[in-house]
Ligand binder design. Structure first.
Ligand code: FPP
Length: 234
């Protein structure tokens, strides 16, 4: 068995609320700090040569949070999409969004599309942001697309295989994650990239997302490389 390269890291950025509470701040202040950390970690990932970074910024389940928290997150998103990606863009990063866009306000979707368009030909790291994303919904949507193709007789049952199914997901042209990191000590996957992480290594850290650092990312990457070496020898 050859060593697996670490091309793609997926992160569940959890713990903003608990971080805020510990500092007697509002939950939205925790998200604001979390968003700053996301930019720092994206930059760090780029510096250490990660080709793809996918982050869970807002799940389909997150719509059930209080109106105040949801609108705070949406305002943060508006602000970030408008100005905070400049440095990543200058570093040639490609920015993509995955998720149920129709659930987001149209001005936000317009900004997302603009960023995707502006960075479409960039050759640096790809930053994929999961927004209003749910993996089961993604898989069901792919199954529906297959049903439509079959009903039009564009495909037969024999045309359906893992490769063609993967191409119908939001992540169509992105290799599967090699490593998933979840912060804040929760040991769950929470409807994140269920199809794509079938063979990924999992890493859970107790650090709350707003306290996550480049140094910890580097430690986790080193730990991954060691695990891979051990499996290689077995
Ligand atoms: C989980 O913490 C985090 C979220 C639901 C949102 C993650 C969002 C960000 C880090 C900001 C990204 C923003 C932009 C603009 C792309 P939690 O609220 O579940 O924390 P808790 O479990 O401690 O309550």
């Amino acid at each position: 068995m050859t060593e697996k390269a670490l091309k793609h890291i997926a992160i569940i950025m959890d713990g903003n609320g608990r971080w805020a509470k510990s500092k007697h701040l509002s939950r939205n202040a925790g998200h604001k700090k979390g968003a700053q950390v996301l930019l720092e970690i994206a930059k760090a990932a780029q510096q250490i040569g990660i080709e793809y970074l996918t982050v869970y910024a807002f799940s389909t389940e997150n719509w059930k949070r209080s109106d105040e928290e949801v609108s705070g997150l949406m305002d943060l998103l508006r602000e970030y999409l408008s100005k905070n990606f400049d440095e990543l863009k200058e570093n040639d990063a490609k920015i993509l969004f995955i998720g149920e866009r129709y659930m987001l306000d149209s001005d936000i979707v317009a900004k997302m599309e603009e960023l995707e368009q502006q960075t479409r030909n960039n050759q640096g790291m790809t930053l994929q942001i999961a927004l209003s994303y749910g993996s089961r919904q993604e898989i069901v949507a792919a199954a529906k697309k297959i049903a439509v193709l079959a009903s039009k007789k564009d495909i037969t049952a024999d045309d359906i295989n893992e490769k063609m199914f993967s191409k119908l997901l939001y992540t169509a042209n992105i290799p599967d994650p090699d490593l998933v990191i979840r912060t804040s000590g929760e040991l769950r996957i929470s409807n994140y990239l269920l199809w794509q992480i079938a063979y990924s290594e999992l890493f859970f850290t107790k650090t709350l997302w707003p306290d996550f650092t480049k140094e910890e990312l580097i430690n986790i990457v080193e730990n991954f490389t060691k695990r891979e070496r051990r499996y290689g020898k077995a």
